[in-house]
Design a binder for this molecule. Structure first.
Ligand code: F6P
Length: 364
């Protein structure tokens, strides 16, 4: 009797609501179809350091609604560029550790890796694919910026969380006649800010894709005041930047393959608004609140569908494909075509047009 096929699930990069729903769906469908399932711990770090765990129905029982990932995550473990030590001056030394990952894959006799990852994690997986590892990807990110799919799981939960925060800020801003700037995640892609800003009826939405002018933002708030509205709520993506200016960097971590951390744009905008308009202003940085907690039902469903489709793709003999959603239909695309490429908000997107028609200012 030939031994059953073995697949491994890995959750590299930042965590995201719905990861456990994916792990559960992949494990249950795979076991029902006679496969063996292995979980790789802490993202690609588990491949580099050979840390895995067997997954059965028991391990995935009760996790559908839980946030985070039971396998652990890491966004510092890129096999192409992994910090292995520090030199005499304390500077990180990076090495290509693809061979260590391939050895783990060989040792565990893995026939495929199911990677629930974003654009960066898929780019990091390319050397494994080039070396012959079959990878099936599931698009994961709250930012919804992966090419080749209309939706990644986690995004709708992040939008719901950000919208709830904006709604709460609205009532206090209105009571105190203040302008409050709320900073949401989105380094290069402003999908969360665009969706949550519209959902909460924000007056100003600032996106990384549309450089803003503080004069225009101030003018929008003044115009609103002239219409009798004495408060404003601004929804700002962390990666928003002024025309001709830079994004606000809060920290650079040289040991990370993705060293730049953004944050702080809401404070700058709030201070400038107060100075220009005389309206008392405050700011809120939502940060990782958007990544944590239980997925909303839509993400549980999407993650379950994605997980099931990934296993079916593997069983059909597919190689190196990413599960995708095209409109309302499940689809798949070659990983090679989407790895490392971000899907930004196009300037002519219908939601931007709708918001502009509702007098929302993008600061341009
Ligand atoms: O890519 C997802 C994301 O949530 C970004 O929106 C954000 O800038 C980044 O991850 C934060 O990552 P970290 O967990 O390293 O702070």
């Amino acid at each position: 009797m030939p031994s059953p096929s073995r697949i491994a699930i890995v959750t590299p990069g930042g965590d995201c609501p719905g990861l456990n729903a994916v792990i559960r769906a992949v494990t249950r469908v795979a076991i029902a179809r006679g496969l063996e399932v292995v979980g790789v711990l802490d993202g690609f770090l588990g491949l580099i350091e050979d840390r895995t765990t067997a997954l059965t129905d028991r391990e995935v029982s009760g996790i559908l609604t839980r946030g985070g990932t039971i396998l652990g995550a890491s966004n510092k473990a890129d096999p192409r560029r992994f910090c292995t030590s520090r030199d005499a001056a304390g500077k990180p030394v990076f090495e290509d550790v693809t061979a260590r990952c391939l050895a783990t894959i060989e040792r565990h006799r893995l026939d495929a890796l199911i990677i629930a990852g974003g654009d960066g994690s898929l780019a990091a997986a390319m050397p494994l694919i080039d070396a012959g590892t079959n990878c099936i990807a599931i698009p994961k990110t709250i930012d919804n910026d992966i090419q080749g799919t209309d939706l990644s799981f986690g995004f709708l939960t992040a939008v719901a969380t950000a919208t709830e925060a904006l709604d709460r800020v609205h009532t206090t801003a209105a009571s105190h006649h203040r302008a409050i700037a709320v900073e949401v995640m989105g380094r290069n892609a402003g999908w969360i800010a665009l969706h949550a800003g519209i959902a909460s009826g924000c007056e100003v939405i600032l996106l990384p894709e549309i450089p803003y002018s503080l004069d225009k933002v101030g003018a929008a708030i003044e115009a609103r005041r002239r219409r009798g509205k004495r408060f404003s709520v601004l929804c700002i993506a962390e990666g928003a930047r002024p025309a001709g200016g830079e994004q606000v960097v809060t920290k650079v971590d040289p040991s990370s393959p993705d060293p730049v951390r953004l944050g702080g744009i809401s404070r700058i905008v709030a201070e400038e608004i107060e100075q220009r308009t005389g309206i008392e202003s405050r700011y809120v940085v939502l940060g990782h609140v958007q990544r944590g907690g239980a997925p909303i039902p839509a993400d549980r469903i999407l993650a379950t569908q994605f997980g099931q489709h990934a296993v079916e793709l593997f069983l059909s003999g597919a190689r190196d494909r990413m599960v995708a959603l095209s409109g309302l239909t499940l689809a798949d695309v070659p990983i090679r075509e989407v790895a490392g490429r971000q899907r930004l908000v196009p300037a002519d997107h219908s939601l931007i047009a709708a918001a502009r028609a509702m007098s929302v200012s993008f600061g341009d």
